[in-house]
Design a protein around this ligand. Structure first.
Ligand code: SAM
Ligand code: SF4
Length: 455
């Protein structure tokens, strides 16, 4: 348990900042990389036998959850599936044409939006289309995010046939009033039957997505939600802080008419949930994830080998992640590209045989060093900073040192030589600790309406 007992600490550090699922954070990217540089890096990865991970973004959802900050299109028109899958497979073909050999794949993740918007037949067409042009590693993993309200048995059956082993259910909260306020009503009985069905189908691991900080949530209601979660005993739980970014996700404005738990009140919802989960034997990973004692993520955490990418915490470091689909982000270890967010434009680009890149970044040596420090803090709660500090210019070195001193004075970190270790007190402030050493953030400052608040 990592309760924040000090009100002034909470006030001081509850400010807007990146979530550091990538470094640098998106507002600090320096533009789409040169295509030949991007592929040189990728070809090198493939040629040296390194396996890649694939993320496939399915942007469609049948109805709008008003809190949602994901890239999605609300529609009930399932005729859109066909062309979208053609585009995803077309984008994969573009990659395959550029590479000299078929890549090895360690993992495929279907995210969204709602991947189970696709029919069983179309899920099969998509996965077989991708894997027919790749070499799947023997111990590869296939995972999917699903909306419990719309998943059908024939889809689960197909997922298992295709060897999907991990399934993530969007739960958010079990309280009926909270569910009404966020326009996402799904009762406990339906979820508990679904969990049983997933287990009977043989899914190896079930994850629940929960959110704290939603309208009408209070200590009593979240306690009940966590109790219900524990009854269903998912292997992993992501307990996200509600990111209120109404300038980006317009539907979130509608939540402002409710009392929104903020600051101390919001933090207490997390602390209570954390306490209940830890008492039940879950181990907290990084910022907001929990897993059962025997989960491979726990072993990786204990060995200081946990990694994190756009999709969450992972046991294997896979610097190469190819994201296919509208709005998807790919990372090569040396930089990033992001795809066109507009679905029609995305599809037009692919039809024309063009990579649909609208944004990106080429990492500098300092970015790579900063990323290593940030990964260490976010995943394993400690980081060696010697190399990183050495690569900073003098004035930045001074600013980072000053910031580190302040974190030490506030009791959030300890330093032994040049190694940072996050203290118990510092656990809720991992984002702030990273912000204190982030050279791009220190130089550019935070512009309004870029990031959600850290608590
Ligand atoms: C793509 S959705 C999951 C799959 C499916 N669409 C569903 O909702 O069941 C990914 C997750 O992002 C989280 N999420 C979405 N908007 C959020 C926000 N504003 N703040 C925090 N988490 C959010 C939710 O927990 C959600 O389950
Ligand atoms: S939470 Fe999931 S189902 Fe709801 S709008 Fe967002 S992506 Fe769609």
């Amino acid at each position: 348990m990592h309760a924040i007992n000090n009100e002034s600490l909470l006030q001081k550090y509850n400010k807007a900042g990146p979530r550091y699922t990538s470094y640098p954070a998106l507002p600090h990217w320096n533009g789409v990389p040169d295509k030949s540089d991007w592929f040189e890096e990728l070809k090198h990865s493939v040629a040296t036998g390194r396996a890649i991970e694939l993320y496939l973004h399915i942007p469609f959802c049948e109805s709008l959850c008003t809190y949602c900050g994901c890239h999605k299109k609300i529609t009930k028109n399932h005729e859109l599936e066909e062309n979208y899958i053609t585009a995803l497979l077309g984008e994969w073909d573009l990659y395959i044409k550029e590479l000299d050999e078929l890549p090895k794949i360690a993992a495929i993740h279907l995210g969204g939006g709602t991947p189970n918007f696709l029919s069983a037949k179309n899920i099969k067409r998509l996965i077989n289309g991708i894997t027919s042009k790749a070499k799947l590693l023997k111990n590869h993993s296939l995972s999917i995010e699903i909306d419990p309200r719309t998943i059908k048995v024939e889809q689960l059956k197909m997922l298992r046939e295709l060897k999907f082993d991990r399934i993530s259910l969007g739960i958010q909260d079990f309280d009926p009033d909270v569910q009404k306020a966020i326009n996402r009503v799904q009762d406990f009985k339906m979820i508990s039957e679904l969990v049983l069905t997933c287990r009977n189908f043989g899914f190896k691991a079930i994850n629940f997505d929960l959110i704290y900080g939603l309208p009408l949530q209070n200590k009593k209601s979240i306690q009940k939600t966590i109790k219900k979660v524990l009854e269903l005993a998912p292997e992993r739980i992501a307990l996200y802080s509600y990111a209120h970014v109404p300038w980006k996700a317009l539907s979130q404005k509608s939540l402002e008419k409710y009392p929104l738990p903020l600051g101390r009140e919001k933090q207490e919802l997390f602390e209570l949930s954390e306490e209940l989960l830890e008492k039940a034997g879950y181990l907290k990973l990084g910022l907001d994830h929990f897993s059962k004692e025997n989960d491979p993520l726990n072993q990786a955490f204990k060995n200081g080998q946990l990694h994190r990418n756009f999709m969450g915490y992972t046991v294997q470091e896979s610097p190469t992640l190819i994201g296919l689909g509208a709005s998807s982000i790919s990372s090569s270890g040396n930089g990033f590209v992001q795809n066109e967010k507009d679905i029609e434009k995305y599809q037009e680009n692919i039809q024309e045989g063009a990579f649909p890149w609208i944004n990106g970044h080429t990492s500098t040596l300092l970015d790579v060093k900063t990323n290593q420090v940030i990964q260490g803090i976010m995943c394993n709660l400690s980081s060696e900073t010697y190399d990183f500090i050495l690569n900073l210019e003098k004035d930045l070195q001074e600013k980072v040192r000053k910031n580190l001193l302040e974190l030490i004075e506030d009791g959030l970190i300890n330093m032994s030589g040049s190694k940072i270790s996050v203290t118990e007190r510092g656990r809720p402030f991992l984002r702030n600790i990273c912000m204190a050493i982030d050279p791009r953030l220190i130089e550019k400052g935070i512009t309004d309406h870029c990031f959600s608040k850290s608590i």
